[in-house]
Design a protein around this ligand. Structure first.
Ligand code: ADP
Ligand code: MG
Length: 247
């Protein structure tokens, strides 16, 4: 980012009394995510982390309640209309498209790209350490590089909300730390309101300013990361983090 670009502020995100159900399973979220900061979304498997992100992204629609982004109601908007980008655990790259095109899809699903878009893609590839790999196919990349492509695709969209659903879960610890540093650096530059799902308390500790802890389809605790990770943190979270650290 150049010096003449005004500092970004980030947008608040509010799941306002949203409910959702998969048949038997009911979920309910009433939670605000601070503007322009990284919130770790944690909780046991099946607690509703992916569903929460899918409600924000528009892959699911709430039964009741509202998804408010910067105060505007996006509850029934399609995913592409929302000011949101998402990176999944299994990067959903297209196997037959090269790195450049996979990133370009973030801007245009038909790859109708302007010269300015080409520049944005080149910048995102440079930012994620992929310069020179434009022509590679996903199978010619390492797992870490594939996740960098997925992150670059999110960056070219330049949306104020970034959702990361266990994006680095399949990477080893050293590579994961590099990726977390990259996310933190990009977040500092762009001030995206970032929701980062992770199973690893140390990953949350490394990058997140806030934590939202889910249990049984709802928010069991939420607050500043430094409070969560103190010895006086929420009991439910301490039990969970203690169990994770013992593994
Ligand atoms: P997490 O990401 O925290 O592991 P999910 O949001 O994927 O949890 O799932 C929350 C709950 O909803 C779980 O009980 C899960 O079994 C259920 N669930 C998730 N997706 C579906 C689906 N497509 N159909 C039915 N139940 C689902
Ligand atoms: Mg999940």
């Amino acid at each position: 980012m150049t010096a003449d670009v005004p500092a970004r502020q980030g947008v608040p995100l509010h799941l306002d009394r949203t409910t959702f159900s998969y048949g038997e399973t009911s979920l309910a979220f009433d939670v605000e995510f601070p503007a322009g900061e990284i919130t770790a979304v944690m909780g046991p498997s099946g607690s509703g982390k992916s569903t929460l992100l899918n409600l924000v992204a528009g892959f699911e629609t709430p039964l009741s309640g509202n998804v408010l982004i910067d105060g505007r109601d996006f509850s029934s908007a399609s995913p592409f209309e929302r000011p949101v980008s998402m990176v999944f655990q299994e990067n959903n790259l297209f196997a037959h498209l090269d790195v450049f095109s996979n990133v370009g899809l973030g801007i245009s699903p038909s790859l109708a790209l302007t010269p300015r878009d080409h520049k944005a893609i080149a910048d995102a590839l440079a930012r994620t350490g992929l310069a020179g790999k434009e022509k590679r196919l996903p199978r010619e990349l390492s797992g870490g590089e594939r996740q960098r492509v997925a992150l670059a695709r999110a960056l070219v969209r330049d949306r104020p909300v970034l959702l990361l659903d266990e994006p680095f879960a399949s990477l080893g610890p050293a590579l994961r730390e590099d990726m977390l540093d990259l996310v933190a650096a990009v977040q500092t530059e762009r001030k995206m309101t970032t929701l980062f799902v992770t199973h690893q308390p140390e990953d949350a500790r490394h990058v997140a300013a806030h934590v939202v802890f889910l249990e049984n389809g709802t928010v069991a605790a939420a607050g500043k990361a430094r409070d969560f990770f103190s010895s006086n943190g929420p009991a439910a979270f301490r039990r969970y983090a203690g169990a994770m650290n013992e593994r």
